[in-house]
Design a binder for this molecule. Sequence first.
Ligand code: ARG
Length: 458
Amino acid sequence: NANAMWGGRFASSPSALMEAINVSIGFDRRLAAQDIRGSVAHADMLAKQGIISEEDRDAIHDGLKRILEEIEGGHFTFSTALEDIHMNVEGRLRDLIGPAAGRLHTARSRNDQVATDVRLWVREAHDRADAQITNLMDTLLTQAAAHAETVMPGFTHLQSAQPVTFGHHLMAYVEMLGRDRSRIRDSRKRLNECPLGAAALAGTSFPIDRHATAEALGFDGPTRNSLDSVSDRDFILEYLSIASISAMHLSRLAEEIVIWMTPQFGFVRLSDQWTTGSSIMPQKKNPDAAELVRAKPGRIIGSLVALLTVMKGLPLTYSKDMQEDKERLFDAADTYELVLAAVSGMIADLKPVPERMAAAAGAGFATATDLADWLVRALEMPFRDAHHVTGRLVAEAEQRGCGLEDLSLDVMQAVEPRITDAVYAVLGVENSVRSRMSFGGTAPDNVRAQIAWWRARL
Ligand code: ARG
């Protein structure tokens, strides 16, 4: 038997494979609540404009309300023959209220319907991510405040470079997450226009009120071009880009946790809640959650590339290719939200080991730059000369197998006679860190000021 929605010109039903490649109900059922919300707004508007009767609108309302309850209660029977969520809902509405159900689709197409549903869904995903990022920033700020003075090595090339504080290091991630959150807010603003009423592609001859449906659905207004309305998926691509960038940030933090957790570094500990053991090596405590946070961005970035590839080269307006947006979107959002939650959990759980960090901060001649700066200040040496003198002192220390602070004044003066014992004050890592008072630098007072700045903006 032919299709209930468009059976008019179809004599037979689709082949099994046609149905298999076409069907989307397995995943787009996740749009049920948004679909019903959109239909309620559409029916209200149709009645207000005198396009359908108030009795039909009331019947549609009651039916849709019941369908939402059935779906949320888990006793709705989804049908693959009905292809997607839109036709499943409409099909059930017909069972429930009869012919009035057929009036709901007046002045509407699945093309503007699905575009509206997905926008509503992405808007909610933005709001969830916004809240989760804020929560993670809050957790990072708490750890940073506790460790504004905890000295650790700062790295370039993963080689010890200059001492910094653990609080300063964590605050770098607060900056990244702050940018991620502002990208979300930006994108949410841009997506908040309503495509409903664009109909199939050209608009409609019915006297609809698109401003009313847009407002009812919490949009800032209707989209301006009906062709663009049904063929635009930029807002999904933006979500996927933002999630990709943000997950990339989280993967860098995760990688640092993995490194810090190694016995060789030993900078942090995670409790049993956030580690796993080995079935053979009894001593192991593995940071599996951090490793998976490091890995998961691959899925999200893959989704971004997949949808960009689907969209590139598509002619206007709607093509069924675009149905491929949903699985990528849902998987990316699930993954991103899981990763955000896992990182929040780990950061709250993280126990730094300040002794290990301080010991490492002093190793590797980490205060060599401080020594060079001292030569510039105390002896008015040009920085290039100071760099050279310091290099020779580092070589001396390396030869003796000691730190810069262990070189005797005699040894230092053999390299540069004007050095005095005032130099030893800058060779300690605490002094080094405290001296980095330039705006944005690692001095503990700076770090505390940055924490306060972000606290006021959470
Ligand atoms: N399931 C479709 C999608 O996700 C809905 C729109 C179908 N429109 C159409 N003209 N076939 O894109």
